[in-house]
Design a protein around this ligand. Sequence first.
Ligand code: MOS
Length: 734
Amino acid sequence: MAPYIGTPTSRVDGPAKVTGAAKYAGEFNVPGLAYGAVVTSTIAKGRIARIDTSEALRVPGVLDVLTHENRPRMAATSAAYKDDVGPEKGAPFRPLYDDKILFSEQPIALVLAEEWEIARFAASLVRVAYKKQAHSTDLQARREKAFVVETPQKPRGKADKAYAGAVRHEAEYFIPIEHHNPMELYASTVLWDGDGKLTVYDKTQGVQNVQHYLCGIFKMKPDDVRVVSPFVGGAFGSGLRPQYQVVLAALAARALERSVRLVLTRRQMYGLGYRPATIERLAIGATADGTLDAISHEAIAVTSQYEDFYRNDTAWSGKLYKSANAKYLHKLARLDLATPSDMRAPGATTGVYALECAMDELAVALKLDPLELRLRCYSDRDQNENVPYTSKNLRECYRQGAAAFGWSKRSAAPRSMRDGSELVGWGMATGIWEALQMECAARIVLTANGHAEIVSSFSDIGTGTYTIMAQVAADMLGLPLDNVTVRLGDSTLPKAPVEGGSWTAASVSHAIMKTAEDVRKELLRLAKTIPNSPLAVSKLKDTALIDGGIVNKETGRAVSIADAMHHGAVDRIERESTVSFKESKSHAHNTHSAVFAEVKVDEEIGVIRVTRVVDAVAAGRILNTKTARSQIMGAVVWGIGMALHEETLLDHDFGRIMNANIAEYHVPVNADVHDIEVIFVEEPDALINPLGIKGVGEIGIVGVAAAIANAVYHATGKRVRDLPITLDKLQRPA
Ligand code: MOS
């Protein structure tokens, strides 16, 4: 096996990150930079009656204040504001477009000044009068008005009828609005390059998406807008769609004909996308021996007044487990909020939370061990499509996870395990996510000294893309890792979609592999130009790139890269190729996990600690066991947050988020995170792609909150179905 793929390789961009050499969107400096500060609405719905910028304009150092009344031209059609990953239905939000207020914290003015402090101060002097309209920001209050969206998943059997005659469980679960809260604030530094050309340093998961988007809004030519995002300080989905600060920064640079930086405040980031609050209703029935009979899964989720955002919440339920009857319903409730957005494993994180809590409750009703119930319903086929998986080693996740956790020592009854003054609870859940691949391109430039540059416009949002690309390239080209450099995050580089959906590793690795084959082909051609070449009669299929040369695997005869290029009279080989993927009708492609959690609950004050989590993951070939483990660990920490801490709180009277800061929006801190063990089970997959890669960016969070919720029930005998499980809810009467 190749020396780098599969090894725990440290991040190749690690030194740049820890020394501060890695620059983020708000850190690029140029002479003459102007600074922006955004003014946002304080009402959730209505119109701007009057906006008075005169006082702000009088502040020395203020250059201009842009509002809907004086902004330069922007496109007038909805289509111009569409981006690659926005909802199909609806009209995307247009910042500073008109006087209409669609959500609280909507940008309504942009102050531009010589200094950031001046811009912020002047922003506080912009006076706004509103014509308010009645708003609604409460999902529970609007649930009856929710409308059904078309989801592709067809029902099977007769879920209602089957459900009528079974051991059953029916309940409603709730996930509140949650925000991504990446460390890096949303920022754009737009360089005015003269002649209307812009270089845009943007915090984004997709530079080419932002490029297309800006071209649409400002009717610019792609060659005139270069979008660069070499490093991203966390995004988790919040950077899939272009955010409004990039529009405003570009608008300002064009208005001033000057370079502009705009960084949002933490509060303003709560005016962007979020994980939609979702009501999940599960009705599941089984025969007395624990065979699932019927599954009905309904979801009601939040969307905005102007776009229909939704993901697959419900169809996981009938896909994952054997059940003859299944049906789904997905509804949306329109609220006066910004459009929700993708957030790590969108749909699955919420839908599978509900499913896996419901399965736990069904196990209790059946008097079955919750793991045993999953095994009895285990399916080697995608139950919705009735096709096999390219690979599915969930069974091994259950086995290895349970063994590492010590699950067999669990005593079944709630409140039956203790550690001193604390109740101990053990819970488990299954996770499932997609193994997607997307069309993308990679370029390799190999020079005669045996150095290779690997290039793609994908972003690395912190997942380790630079590193896995270097590993794959080093193996495919037969070079030491140190001889490989990777360039990413620039719209001028070869085509790539947004980095998201856990699809980057599989897609870009395949593109590198294919391009490396073209490089090998050219090297063989050059090697044959050597008089009496050792590879004179070698066929391409018999060769490999190993140890800085091209080798005939049969004869062992080799020519070094340097010699081949020297004799061929070239000093570099440059190749670029694109890979695309056809959606398979014959196989399902997914990743899976089994999550086991231990909680300890102080019975007197109700404090819950997650003392141990074991997450056993089946995700095909793991390219880098170090960065992949970090992905899963980080996702488990987020699962702890989802279970116990995270909640965006709205004051529905004002339609306004109250805890729009990371002091009052609780996330797990070090003291909340104890022992996390990550297991990657072997999962060879010869069908999904030649390297057997599936991707691990999102699977780590799916199921974690359910495992913890189930552990809390096991510890306390109390079922809290509305997240987060806070101590007040543990005390509330059943
Ligand atoms: Mo992910 S939610 O596709 O960044």
